[in-house]
Design a binder for this molecule. Sequence first.
Ligand SMILES: Cc1cc2nc3c(=O)[nH]c(=O)nc-3n(C[C@H](O)[C@H](O)[C@H](O)COP(=O)(O)OP(=O)(O)OC[C@H]3O[C@@H](n4cnc5c(N)ncnc54)[C@H](O)[C@@H]3O)c2cc1C
Length: 365
Amino acid sequence: MSGVVLAPDTAPRGAATNREETGTFEFKAPAVLVTAGGIGGNQDLVRENWPERLGQVPRKMITGVPEYVNGRMLGFAEAAGGRIVNRDRMWHYTEGVTNWNPIWPDHGIRIIPGPSSLWFDARGQRLPVPNFPGFDTLGTLKAIGHSGYDYTWFVLTQRIIEKEFALSGSEQNPDVTNRDLKLTLSRVLPGAAGPAEAFKKHGEDFVVASSLSELVDGMNALTDEPLIDLADLERQIVARDREMDNPFTKDLQVSAIHNSRRSRGEKLARTASPHKILDPKAGPLIAVRLNIITRKTLGGLQTDLSGRVQGFDHAPVPGLWAAGEIAGFGGGGVHGYRSLEGTFLGGCLFSGRQAGRGIAEELRG
Ligand SMILES: Cc1cc2nc3c(=O)[nH]c(=O)nc-3n(C[C@H](O)[C@H](O)[C@H](O)COP(=O)(O)OP(=O)(O)OC[C@H]3O[C@@H](n4cnc5c(N)ncnc54)[C@H](O)[C@@H]3O)c2cc1C
C-alpha cells in the first residue's frame, strides 16, 4: 500500500472542487490522514515497547519490514495530541533468516514453514509442545523469550526443504508477484523452490551436511558458544524417527504431520511425505538458525470507527485521521491481540476505506 500524508499546509483549503449536486464536493477544512505504517523497521522502538510477557528483549533481531516503517509519524501524531494505545502489542515472527541479498538494513526473511522440521532451542532441546513449525507465533515467541537466547534451530532434510519452505515477501515469490501460472504450478514439482535453494546455498544461517556430526559442527561454528551436544541431539532425533514406525504415536508433531497430509492441498504442495530425519535417502541434512524477525504493529493511534484520531480526553483531534498499521490496523487491531495469521492487510484496507469516507463526509459538511 502506498502512504498518503497530507500536511495541513499542502491540503486544499476551501477549493471548490466537486460539489455534491454536480458529482463534486467542497473542502471546508484541511484534513491530515496518516497511513505511514507501524514501527517494525525501527528496532530501537520495538525494543523500547517490548512487552514483559514475551520475556527478555531480544539482543539480536533482524528486520522484516522496509526501513521507512519507522514509527516517525506516530511521534508527530502524538505531538499533535493523538492518543497511542497498546504500544506493546506487536507481532514478530520466530523463523527469520538473514537475507543474503538484502534490500534494507538487517533485512530478514521469514520462512513460512510446513510441519515437519524439528525445532530446537539454542541449547539443542526440542521446543515445548505445541510450538511446532507454523503453529503458534506468539506462543513460540514467548517460549524463546524465556529461553535465555534469541535464536532457535530447525533441523530438517532436503526432502522437507523442497516441499515445506515458503519464504515471505514479494521478491521471494516471483510466481505470485509476476502472476506467472507456470512458475506457480512448479511449486508441486520435485526440488526446492529457487528462492529457498538460493538461501540454502548463500544464507548465513544455513548449514548443510551429509552426517549429523558434521551438521552439529556447522551449527556450533555459527554461534558464540558451542551449545549443541551431538549425542543429545542424536538421541532426540532418533526418538522422533522411531515414532515414524508407530501408527499410534504419542509424538504430537508426528501426529500433526499425518493430520496435515489428510488435506489434499497440504499433501500435494506443503507437507513432505513422512520420513526419518536420519534416513540418508532424504538428505542431505540441513540446520537453519532462526532469528526473531520484526513485522507487525498492533497498537497505535486510537481512532473511532471512521478513522478519526482520538485525543487523551477521548475527544477527536480536529483534522487528524489515521488508517492502517499506524492505527493498530484500524482502531486497535480488528482481530484482537492474538489475531488471525495473514489477515492484517484486510484491516488496513478496511480502515483506509472508513477513514476516506469519514473525511469525505466531514469535508462535505
Ligand atoms: C514481507 C511482508 C509480508 C507480509 N505478509 C502479509 C500477509 O500475508 N498478510 C497480511 O495480512 N499482512 C501481511 N503483511 C503486513 C501488511 O503488508 C501490512 O500490515 C500492511 O501493508 C500495512 O499497511 P499500511 O498501509 O498501514 O502501511 P505500509 O504498507 O507500511 O505503507 C506505509 C506507507 O507510508 C509511507 N510513509 C512512511 N512514512 C512516511 C512519511 N513520513 N511521509 C510520507 N509517506 C510515508 C511508506 O513509504 C509506505 O508507502 C506483510 C508485511 C511484510 C513486510
